[in-house]
Design a protein around this ligand. Structure first.
Ligand code: GDD
Ligand code: MN
Length: 381
């Protein structure tokens, strides 16, 4: 196999990191030349730090030809710094790969070669990961900080629908340019601050990037101070919300839930009007009539709206409708079993029984959604 040499540009944003920067460049000068398979260069993006971080870089540039510097007119947030740095690295430095890296030694410089080595294994997106075996967050952190980091990461993983990636908020990673970063529109970056990372990660995965997680120990910061903004959690949730607003899977789920809602209203109306007000039927019969009408309603709305891209037409519709009725019976069966257990456990406590009723509804909602996707409308992946 022919081994192609790739140009990797490590982008390090800085704001008031003078001391760290002197040490970092010296450290990297000892590590980077050891990487022989690929050509590695360094690009600092300084937010016009008042402490003179950029001067330190300029000074080192005299002896190091692989050291580049971009100075922003002012600090505009981490996302903006990376948007400028990445664009510069691709356009001016002809990067094939972009690495995101912090200047404060929280990302261990000696781990850089381990990430770069994965290029040769055919991946497109190589993530330093704190939450897989062999990775960690600082033991120095207090309980609250650890808790926020771990829980925040899980919330982001789940809401992004990316359970296969264990660290979605980390900042140490390597991305392929061709077919990926070169097609990203930085003008549409959803956040100027740290949350831009979520947007890039989501974009890479959507583009079909082959992802590799490499464990690393996220170190404790010993010099300088963190610039993470106070409402970063909200900012991250805002970005996730915007990303998922147009996610077809999420949209489908909400349509399904809305249809379920209309069915419930319909059944209740029939029960109230035919069963109680007009007394055309007994309440029990009215419930069953309403239930079946709700089933018809839900089937049609789901077929022509929620699952319109997989809709069933023609004579097949009758078979499908029968199948749909069976799933509704299954749902009733599940509710019956859960409530029987509830009655047994509750010992007459109404609130406990209500809890079981609610739990049964949630379980039925989920099983129905899965059955509709897998069995009735056969949505692939
Ligand atoms: N140019 C520029 N402009 N640089 C910035 C800015 C900015 O507005 N904000 C931060 N930086 C630089 C810092 O100087 C540092 O080199 C790097 O970006 C990371 O900033 P820190 O302030 O050290 O971030 P952190 O340690 O709190 O957060 C790190 O860990 C998080 C995961 O817990 C980062 O790697 C995050 O990206 C990551 O999500
Ligand atoms: Mn840091």
């Amino acid at each position: 196999m022919i081994q192609l040499v790739a140009r990797v540009v490590i982008i390090i944003p800085t704001f008031n990191e003078k001391d760290n920067t002197v040490r970092m460049i010296d450290t990297l000068a000892g590590i980077l030349p050891e990487i022989r398979d690929h050509q590695v260069e360094l690009l600092y993006v300084d937010g016009n730090s008042p402490d003179g971080t950029a001067d330190v870089v300029r000074d080192k540039q005299k002896e190091l030809k692989w050291l580049h510097l971009l100075v922003e007119t002012k600090k505009e947030g981490l996302g903006m710094a990376y948007a400028k740095g990445m664009t510069h690295a691709m356009k001016e430095l002809k990067a094939d790969w972009l690495m995101e890296f912090d200047s404060d030694f929280q990302h261990p410089p000696q781990d850089i070669p381990r990430l770069i080595a994965e290029i040769d294994n055919g991946y497109d997106y190589i993530l330093g990961s704190r939450y897989i075996p062999g990775g960690s967050i600082p033991s120095e952190w207090g309980f609250k900080r650890k808790f926020l980091s771990v829980v925040g990461n899980h919330v982001a993983r789940i809401t992004l629908l990316l359970p296969g990636i264990h660290d979605v908020t980390g900042g140490f990673k390597l991305a392929r340019v061709k077919g990926f970063m070169d097609e990203f529109d930085f003008g549409r970056l959803l956040s100027r601050s740290f949350a831009y990372k979520i947007h890039l990660l989501h974009y890479m995965v959507q583009k079909g990037a082959r992802v590799k997680e490499v464990p690393f120990h996220f170190a404790h910061r010993t010099a300088g101070e963190s610039k993470i903004i106070k409402n970063e959690m909200q900012e991250t949730l805002r970005v996730i919300f915007l990303l998922q607003l147009n996610n077809p899977k999420i949209r489908r789920f909400f349509k399904f839930a809305a249809v379920g809602g209309t069915g419930l209203v319909l059944q209740t109306l029939i029960f109230e009007i035919l069963g109680l007000k007009l007394r055309l039927f007994s309440p029990a019969v009215a419930t069953v009539i309403g239930g079946e009408l709700a089933i018809v309603n839900n089937f049609l709305l789901n077929n022509f709206w929620t699952f319109s891209d997989h809709r069933v037409v023609g004579a097949k519709i009758f078979g499908k409708f029968l199948q749909f009725n069976f799933t509704s019976l299954l749902a009733l069966g599940i509710q019956f079993v859960i409530l029987s257990i509830g009655e047994y456990v509750a010992g007459g406590n109404e609130w406990v029984i209500r809890g079981f009723y609610f739990a049964a509804l949630v379980i039925v909602l989920i099983t129905n959604y899965i059955i509709y996707n897998k069995i009735i409308w056969k949505v692939k992946k």
